[in-house]
Design a protein around this ligand. Sequence first.
Ligand code: FES
Length: 364
Amino acid sequence: MSALPGSAEGTAVTGLDSTPVDSSPEALADLPPLTEQTRLEAREIMARYPVARSALLPMLHLVQSVQGYVSPEGVTFCAEELRLTKAEVGAVATFYTMYKRRPTGRHLVSVCTNTLCSVLGGQRIMDALSADLGVHHDETAADGSITLEHAECLAACDYAPVVTVDYEFYDQQDVESARELVAALRRGEKPAPTRGAPLTDFKGISRQLAGFSQYEDPYEMAAAVDHHGDYSPTLIGLRLAEERGESAPAMPRTTPSEAPDAGEPAETVAPTGRTGATPGEEAADARVAAADTPAEKAGAAGSHPDAPEPAGRRLPDGRAGTDTPAGQEPGTSGQGPASPPPAAQGPAEAPRTIEGRSTPKRKD
Ligand code: FES
């Protein structure tokens, strides 16, 4: 088994996959060279990190942005610049599936065949594209247009079945829509992804992953990346809860000494005039008063110090509480004291929702 042509030590270190980096004459013919400009950009990446070797991951993307895969020349290039062995570079390049070992097509089409996507048709999509393109997993169509791969969960299960092109999402696909998508890509078109930034191509997205944007203007870039998409499958649970006035159970209460009011955002703490209220109660009153929706109000009321204790779990003998033997509760098994809940560890951050993402406003 050889892992990296030209790297005597590669096999022993990388041994993760018997598929070698492609150094066949066909692959190396017409390979764009790594130029002095590439070297300057690599050094620009290295300068971003306190320790140069931390730059390896984006540098591998940089190599892919020029040559379409991590070539033997690219491995040597990164090793030289970072003063690593080629085996060390190869160990990283062969570990992550985003680093390709053979020349990649103009576009990389990834079909999620993990559990949820698969039961909803992901495998049928993969089979159909495979037949159309005449390739299997990790192979490139003869015309060089598409490299097809199956992917593990793409973290978009609420949009299943999911296909990505150059890591941009095309949600809720079926066999026909996926075939049309790939046919359009082969005609040289770039259909708009369901959400997120516009489609580029595999080399273009590799360059972005190396930290170089194709947008000169940062505001144009932010607008493209944050441009509005259809997030309704993700948000439907929140919307239903809001309509019904439902909220999650209150978090376990903390004692005042565990949750000092020092972390409370100043603008939500307003004196209520309640006689004898502690600062914590004052803040809780203010949160209830400031809640805009029934769901927020219910949540704020539930976490109020005056709220009744949530009902505990009943033990078989009728007692309320936990049946974990004393001394064996989480965090008491020789690993030190249990960590306080997040609320006691400092000021709570304002919740950030997908809808709440904001695009920087252009300065005039
Ligand atoms: S299973 Fe396909 S995105 Fe999660």
